[in-house]
Design a protein around this ligand. Sequence first.
Ligand code: FCB
Length: 444
Amino acid sequence: MPKRESTRFEAFNLPHSLLLGSATASVQIEGGDITNNWYRFCEQGKVKDGTHCIVADDHWNRYEEDIELMKQLNHKVYRMSIEWSRIEPERGKYLEEPLIHYRAEIQKLLDNNIQPLVTLHHFSQPIWFEDMGGWTNPQSVACFTCFAEKVVSYLGDLVAEWITINEPNVYLESTYSSAIFPPEKPSIIHYFKGLRNMTASHIEAYKRIHDIREKMGFDTGTKVGVALHIRVFDVQKVSFLSKLSQQLLEHSFHILFLEGMINGKFMFPIGFGGYPYGKGIYCDFFGVNYYSRDIVAFSWNPLRLFAELQVNKGSEINDMGWEIYPEGLYRICRKYWDIYAKPIYITENGICDATDEQRAAFIYDHLKVISRLVEEGVPVERYYHWSLMDNFEWDEGLQRRFGLIEVNYETQERTIRRSGQFYGELARECKVTDAMIEKFLPMS
Ligand code: FCB
């Protein structure tokens, strides 16, 4: 092979304290459940590309094969979610069978030395819950806490690490602001009602998970957190209005969630700065889902939180049109480590890239940033790539490709992508070598 003349890539070591793996979510991969709100949404023909979540990756029936693939990719950790609607298809009626299934799946992970991180709510929920007003109904707190108790009582001896809610900020934005998620009811009042109830639910679940595990005899090791979608909001032209809009967005998309879910502080408009559930630390790690940044301009639309979001002109984008901006991960981790001093888990980071031309470089760039952060003393302990395999990308459907593994939905055949092989090798070696650069990374 001819020697390369120049490349922007160089060999580097990954921190040994960093555990690598990938993330998925129930409805996006499992298939077979007709009691969740996304099933109904698909039935109503609402998915953009006309596809359906009813089969998805058929992971429910193929989890053993998929764990084999994780092993091939040298996963040390894996983030998955439990489907609430399977456990409680009717309000108050809990089923044991799906819990037995999840137990077997988790046991299989453990048998393969893959440590699970389990999410209790990842965008999907029972239809009955959605129909009672979902998270805007104050009863949602009791409903979710009850469900969390059931699951943790059943699986808590196998699972030490939990995420209560995935991206409550994206969930609320997509449900009540841009209203692209079911039940598509735009209302800024609902956004804040939901925010209050999700914060309360997180705190209650945090307390219960610790209590339950303690009663089981696990005095240490329990870690509970939330996976927040953190974005970089920059302005192009500094003006009073653009700054105002940037600050309003920071407040309603980041700060309200962070202060509420980490410290128990309910800031305006979900409270007046008090601690209705007690002042505390309600996150044992800082879970960051990081994808991209936005350029913020002022908008008069309160429903869009007074912001119009644009893509930074001239930057590289992925298939979704999102800017690829690895430096944003650095800025976020640095900033929130300085404020909250919690160990950081990158609970999601990935790229929609059907041709797989950008993914290996994306992984390289983001892991390089993490190495730099760890060298500077910022404890980034986990990296869960989104996603293990192609899956059902919510309102966008099955055609959006985020996987380290390509899935043929006709045959359910899985094929590890080149970028997946790269990720597997670097997870095994704990470093990026010149040979890997030669093999996997494009000249630039
Ligand atoms: C995140 C979601 C995840 C997936 C990725 C692409 O916002 O948590 O389920 O859809 O985006």
